[in-house]
Each structure stands twice: as structure tokens, then as C-alpha cells.
Design a protein around this ligand. Structure first.
Ligand code: 0O2
Length: 206
């Protein structure tokens, strides 16, 4: 019956969310461990802090709709790569790439997708390094490779992205256009500042 189908779908959804939550925990633990080890040998923490979230079923549904896909758990698992998301906020610009390198070196981490919006910022000024990696999750009867989206950025990039997101949300998209040039200018100023901060650290280290 359709009632039973709905029940089966809900159970499948709940199981999926749990598995993705597991993958998010596994990757977070890896990042925390790397942060501790790096601190020990390089005398500073590369990671300022971590944030994570599981995408809500509603947002997953919106994304499936945007892609023109059916609203099924199968479609979500195949095509929505940011169900599990981690944001890594780093102290210095070079920490972003150091963390990426250390993570991707691990034998059980597979790179699925990479977009470097630091090397090539988005037209509005948004900067971050986006990765999607897969990690194996060991369940009672099987092993599944689960994708996790990782957004790596510096404190300065995070400051810009958080406020830009807030302003865009407040203005329901329309009005921020008016301030596009100003936002772009802010992004450039922050990028310049963090380059200077990195320069200072590197010279102090010498
Ligand atoms: P949320 O609520 O953060 O999850 P996709 O849109 O994911 O199917 P793509 O091209 O892989 O396809 O996405 P992209 O542009 O690489 O990365 C999308 C995510 O990056 C967004 O998530 C934001 O978190 C962040 N992002 C991208 N561009 C901007 C920007 O201009 N400003 C800010 N503040 N954040 C940005 P979602 O899914 O949009 O939403």
C-alpha cells in the first residue's frame, strides 16, 4: 500500500541521515587529529575552528528539484554531494592547502570533486576551497563510501562569506546587486590583508 511505501521511504531516509552523520564525524575526527599533529610540528594550529551540518530533508528536496530529479533517497544519495558538510576555518592562507594535502594523503579518503574559488574567486568575490571526498563507513553488514563536502577557508574568507550570506538573505537577493561593487571591494581588501598576515608569519618564522 502507499502507506507502507511512505513508511519504507521514511525509514530509508532516517538510515541515510544516520550514515551521513557518521561520515561527517569520521572526517571531522580526521581533521581534528591533523590539527593537533600539525600544531606539534609547526608551532601553530592550522585550523581556527570547524563547523558542520547535515542538510535538512527540505533543503535536499529543494536541491533535487533544482536539478530536475525525483524526490527519492536514491536520487539524493547519487546526486546531492553536500548532504554532509564540514567547514574548515583556517588561520592562514597556506593552512588551507596544508590541511587539504594532509587529508587527501590518507588512504581511505578519495577525492570526488574539487573547486578552488581561492585561485579563481567567484564573480561576486566569494573565496573558498571546495572539496567533496568519499570515506568508507563500516556498518553491521556492509561498507559504504559516503561523500562529504568540505569547504576550506581562512578566517577572513569566512568573515566575508558569512556576512554576504546574511546580507543577501536579508535583502532577498534583489538589493545586494546595488552593493555588488562594494562587496567585491571588501573581498579584495580582505584577500590583501591576509596575504600580509601570512608574509609577517613567514618572516617571523625565518
Ligand atoms: P548551503 O545552505 O550553504 O548548503 P551546488 O549548488 O552545490 O549544486 P556547486 O556548483 O558545486 O553546486 O556549488 P558551489 O558553488 O561550488 O558551492 C555551493 C556552496 O558554497 C553553497 O552552498 C555555499 O555554502 C557556498 N557558496 C558558494 N557561493 C557562495 C557565495 O557567493 N556566497 C556565500 N556566502 N556562499 C557561497 P548552498 O548549497 O548554496 O547552500
Amino acid at each position: 500500500s502507499s502507506r507502507e511505501d511512505a513508511r519504507t521511504s521514511l525509514i530509508k531516509l532516517a538510515q541515510t541521515m544516520q550514515i551521513y552523520n557518521g561520515a561527517m564525524k569520521v572526517v571531522s575526527a580526521k581533521l581534528e587529529l591533523l590539527d593537533d599533529e600539525f600544531q606539534f610540528s609547526n608551532k601553530h594550529n592550522p585550523i581556527h575552528h570547524l563547523e558542520y551540518r547535515i542538510k535538512s530533508p527540505l533543503s535536499i528536496g529543494k536541491k533535487l528539484q533544482k536539478y530536475g530529479l525525483p524526490l527519492t533517497v536514491e536520487a539524493a544519495r547519487e546526486r546531492v554531494l553536500d548532504i554532509a558538510g564540514i567547514r574548515v576555518i583556517c588561520n592562514f592562507l597556506d593552512d588551507v592547502y596544508a590541511v587539504e594535502k594532509m587529508l587527501l594523503q590518507q588512504a581511505d579518503v578519495t577525492l570526488v570533486k574539487r573547486k578552488d574559488y581561492i585561485e579563481q574567486a567567484k564573480a561576486n568575490g566569494y573565496r573558498s576551497l571546495h572539496l567533496v571526498v568519499k570515506v568508507p563507513i563500516f556498518l553491521s553488514g556492509s561498507t559504504e563510501e559516503i561523500p562529504v563536502e568540505i569547504q576550506l577557508r581562512t578566517v577572513a574568507m569566512d568573515y566575508w562569506a558569512s556576512l554576504e550570506h546574511m546580507l543577501r538573505y536579508k535583502n532577498k537577493d534583489s538589493d545586494t546587486q546595488q552593493y555588488a561593487a562594494m562587496l567585491l571591494d571588501c573581498a579584495a581588501t580582505l584577500a590583501d590583508t591576509e596575504k600580509k598576515m601570512l608574509f609577517i608569519r613567514q618572516h617571523i618564522e625565518e
